[in-house]
Design a protein around this ligand. Structure first.
Ligand code: NAP
Length: 431
């Protein structure tokens, strides 16, 4: 029986879990030839470019992705920019179904004056910078000042706050990008404020992230007991379990006596950002608080208030995701992951979600299309497609280079370097 040809656009967790769901559905008698397209020469999406370098356990899901990639019928076509090298329409015409799994890569905007000042950076950019995403490795991050403000109280704000405040020696043996490690070693940042616009009972971060803070050496984590007591009062008796767990942990941190550590990580609640101030570069942020307006001086602002989708091939946007009906966009076009449901949930949340959408996709597959060789078309257009064996070479080289230094990998951060390692910009399709 000939296989259905499915294109998945985006090689992050949502894309891999969609591929896995299709592979699992093969036991129902269908077969699938899956082509996974990726803009960068490197797959794994946020597992490579989003997860904090001091959280290596979360990255171990890449082993699952590696297994998915070895299954019959799976092909990685990386370094291919869908919408530029090949259009979405062409993919739809060439494959039985196309699955968009491109995430929501842009930082959401605060929409307040002063966001354009120098050293006001979105978490999307900052995280890509420290994780060595090729498009962000030249980002101008000035760590020469002593005070940073992180706006937002989700898990990304926690990652950013931790990376800015911990002793950079703790990152020496991680896969953090080399340029960021150097910058953090010479950083003058001494105080970091994580600022929530609502009370402590309404924060978006999880208590495991909060508990993690207690293990950071030489950082004084500051939470005001008053804030927590007021939050407990507001939360009342029918308090949800995760809120209770967060408040318990915050109360414990608030109850600790002050230390003489050189760095501090302070939580401010009920501070709604109104204005970012400065003359050319950021100097302070004005917040609206229950006590009136408060101006907090700072040298760096990271906005960690969530992510937004980018314009992609004319797909219509709805709030923080692409317009879809339970994962179906139109005709043979589907969407999974953050691109489908907005930037919420952890990596594992994509698995059950992708299974539901792929089941729907498989149930609505019509007669097979003729098999167009998209790879041949791309090569004819001069696109240097990075295939699985090329990525395996890049991956093995990064691991080898990292291991020499006692690190899990030393990332390449330039596309040219990556291509050079696997045969240069013209490359070869042997193997
Ligand atoms: P998030 O969880 O949605 O948190 C966004 C935060 O920004 C919230 O505190 C929100 O406050 C605040 N915010 C939004 N708009 C704002 C505005 N205009 N002004 C001030 N504050 C504003 O988003 P995220 O931190 O980017 O995380 C995205 C997803 O990835 C989450 O599901 C998260 O759990 C997951 N993640 C997980 C991990 C991990 O497991 N280690 C690590 C990173 C990310 P309001 O609540 O008031 O709107």
């Amino acid at each position: 029986m000939s296989a259905y040809h499915i294109a998945i656009v985006g090689a992050g967790p949502a894309g891999y879990f969609a591929a896995q769901a299709l592979q699992d559905l093969e036991s129902n008698g269908c077969q699938f030839a899956i082509d996974m397209f990726e803009k960068l020469p490197t797959p794994w999406g946020l597992v490579r470019s989003g997860v904090a370098p001091d959280h290596p356990k979360i990255k171990s899901v890449s082993k699952v992705f590696e297994r998915i990639a070895t299954q019959d019928g799976f092909r990685l076509l990386a370094n291919v920019n869908v919408g530029v090298d090949i259009s979405l329409d062409e993919l739809q015409a060439s494959y039985d179904a196309v699955v968009v799994a491109i995430g929501t890569p842009k930082g959401k905007s605060l929409g307040i004056p002063g966001e354009g000042l120098k050293n006001v950076i979105s978490s999307a950019e900052f995280v890509y910078w420290y994780n060595g995403h090729p498009e962000y490795c030249d980002l101008d991050v000035d760590l020469s000042g002593s005070r940073a403000i992180v706006i937002g109280a989700g898990n990304v704000a926690m990652d950013v706050g931790r990376i800015l405040s911990l002793d950079p020696k703790e990152l020496d043996y991680t896969d953090i990008a080399e340029h960021s490690l150097k910058a953090l070693h010479t950083s003058n940042i001494r105080s970091v404020d994580i600022v929530a616009r609502r009370g402590a009972e309404r924060v978006a971060f999880t208590s495991s992230e909060l508990r993690d803070l207690q293990h950071i050496a030489s950082v004084d984590v500051k939470i005001r007991m008053n804030d927590i007591e007021r939050a407990i009062e507001r939360a009342g008796e029918s308090i949800e379990k995760h809120v209770q767990s967060n408040l318990d942990t915050m109360k414990m941190i608030a109850g600790k006596s002050e230390s003489a550590y050189p760095k501090s990580l302070r939580f401010l609640f009920e501070h709604r950002p109104l204005n970012i101030n400065g003359d050319g570069r950021v100097e302070s942020v004005t917040f609206n608080t229950p006590k009136g307006l408060v101006e907090v001086p700072c040298d760096l602002v990271i906005t960690a208030i969530g992510y937004a989708p980018t314009d992609f091939s004319g797909l219509s946007l709805e709030a923080d995701h692409y317009d879809n009906e339970d994962g179906w966009i139109r005709d043979n076009l589907y969407v999974v992951g953050w691109a489908k449901r907005g930037p919420q949930g952890v990596i594992g949340s994509n698995k059950s979600d992708a299974t539901k959408v792929m089941t729907q996709l498989v149930n609505s597959l019509a007669s097979r299309k003729s098999n167009v060789d998209v790879l041949a078309q791309l090569l004819k257009r001069g696109v240097r497609v990075v295939l699985q064996h090329d990525w395996d070479t890049i991956n093995a080289t990064e691991i080898k280079n990292g291991n020499k230094l006692g690190r899990p990998r030393l990332k390449f951060t330039r596309v040219e370097e990556m291509l050079l390692i696997c045969g240069g910009a013209n490359g070869s399709l042997e193997k």
